[in-house]
Design a protein around this ligand. Structure first.
Ligand SMILES: CC(C)(COP(=O)(O)OP(=O)(O)OC[C@H]1O[C@@H](n2cnc3c(N)ncnc32)[C@H](O)[C@@H]1OP(=O)(O)O)[C@@H](O)C(=O)NCCC(=O)NCCS
Length: 358
């Protein structure tokens, strides 16, 4: 009749600390039993249990935008896919990907190598990437074909980039189709995932992918909306945005621990009135923020900004703007300028990104 799964996850907050998260997935209600309150019952039970366990947030990737706001989730990261028109990149087709590696080297490896090399690299990437989530052993086994939920599995290519010092700094998994017509190649590389611990390493892999013979298009998969990818190419216009949408949704279960887990872009204090119709996380707090961290204490002072817990989730990882939400009527400035102050404290210079689907 219905399915609903949740599992333990770690989510990186702004500044690099990780918080325990209740990751929700596999939500379905059969067509014969929809609209009878089953999802609401399963969600209420799961979120209450997660709060009791001490999880700071719940997370999910929403199949449809309109479903989860009612449960206090807000879109906290976005994702963008680019399609690169390889002949327009301005890259010299006579140069190989190896020539583009800036003294490092690129090798093709197999799934077993990925399971050995991937977790360490991913741990470094995740610690530096607000919005990134943990990958357990099952993730690596599923994503290298050891465990298969579906009958059809196409073994991807795996490319690893090592720095001139020999350190593994980027990994990519991608597939290539086989599409020739009119005696011309029209092959597309589809990136399943690509992670790097340094911009130079990511640049090397993207330029490698654009240098594979017969490949005329590279589809990037879901990247951060401010990914450097277009600017790794001599002509950034060769990378066209093919879709952009909300990605990781966050439900804050513990406002104090969520706000104290992160660092802030500036120094200041703000009184927030957080409403939560589920009664899990509402209240009024004074946030004292600084680049070193934050402290958040209950207060009876007048609120400067009133917002729903879902809007706080959209602000928490630094992506959304309180000024924008105020313009939409979704947060209320109780004191003129409170939205700008919230943005100066909470917004980050680079956008958060969740590299995974779960
Ligand atoms: C989406 C889905 C899980 C909802 O389950 P459900 O048991 O019918 O939901 P409920 O009866 O508990 O409804 C809860 C509320 O969500 C609303 N709702 C349900 N499905 C919705 C949808 N697709 N879009 C917008 N609102 C929806 C209901 O109208 C209800 O609103 P209310 O609280 O204002 O009365 C179910 O329709 C489904 O399985 N859909 C296909 C698979 C899917 O999309 N899964 C989500 C994966 S992330």
């Amino acid at each position: 009749m219905a399915t609903f799964r949740s599992f333990d996850q770690r989510l990186t907050a702004v500044g690099g600390a990780e918080v325990p998260a209740d990751a929700i997935t596999g939500v379905t209600v059969t067509a014969t039993h929809r609209r009878r309150g089953l999802l609401t019952r399963m969600m209420t039970r799961d979120l209450t249990a997660a709060k009791d366990r001490g999880d700071v947030v719940a997370t999910l990737i929403a199949a449809e935008y309109p479903i989860y706001g009612r449960y206090g989730f807000g879109p906290a990261t976005w994702a963008t896919e680019w399609t690169i028109d390889v002949p327009r990149t301005g890259l010299d087709p006579r140069r190989s990907g190896q020539d583009e590696a800036g003294g490092g080297r690129i090798d093709l490896v197999d799934g077993e190598d990925v399971r050995k090399l991937g977790p360490d690299l991913h741990a470094r990437v995740r610690a530096a990437q607000p919005g990134a989530v943990s990958r357990d052993e099952l993730w690596w086994r599923l994503n290298t074909g050891v465990v298969r939920y579906e009958a059809s599995w196409t073994e991807p290519f795996y490319a690893v980039y090592r720095s001139p010092e020999g350190e593994v700094e980027a990994l990519a998994a991608y597939t290539v189709d086989d599409n020739w017509h009119d005696k011309q190649p029209h092959n597309t590389v589809s990136v399943k995932w690509l992670i790097g611990s340094a911009p130079a390493a990511e640049r090397a892999l993207w330029r490698y992918l654009c240098s594979i013979d017969w490949v005329t298009k590279v589809k990037s998969g879901w990247r951060a909306p401010d990914d450097l990818l277009p600017f790794f190419l001599p002509d950034p216009r060769a990378a066209r945005i093919t879709w952009q949408a909300d990605w990781l949704w966050v439900r804050i279960l513990d406002v104090v621990r969520a706000l104290e887990a992160r660092t802030y872009e500036g120094e200041g204090s703000l009184v927030l009135e957080v409403t939560d119709r589920a009664g899990l996380a509402g209240g009024r707090w004074r946030l004292e923020a600084s680049p070193q961290g934050g402290s958040c204490t209950p207060t009876t002072q007048s609120a400067e900004l009133t917002l729903d817990v879902g809007e706080l989730a959209a602000l928490w990882l630094g992506d959304e703007s309180a000024v924008r939400l105020a313009a939409l009527g979704r947060v209320r400035e109780e004191r003129a300028g409170a939205g700008r102050l919230a943005d100066a404290l909470l917004r980050t210079s680079r956008r958060p990104w969740c590299p995974d689907m779960f």
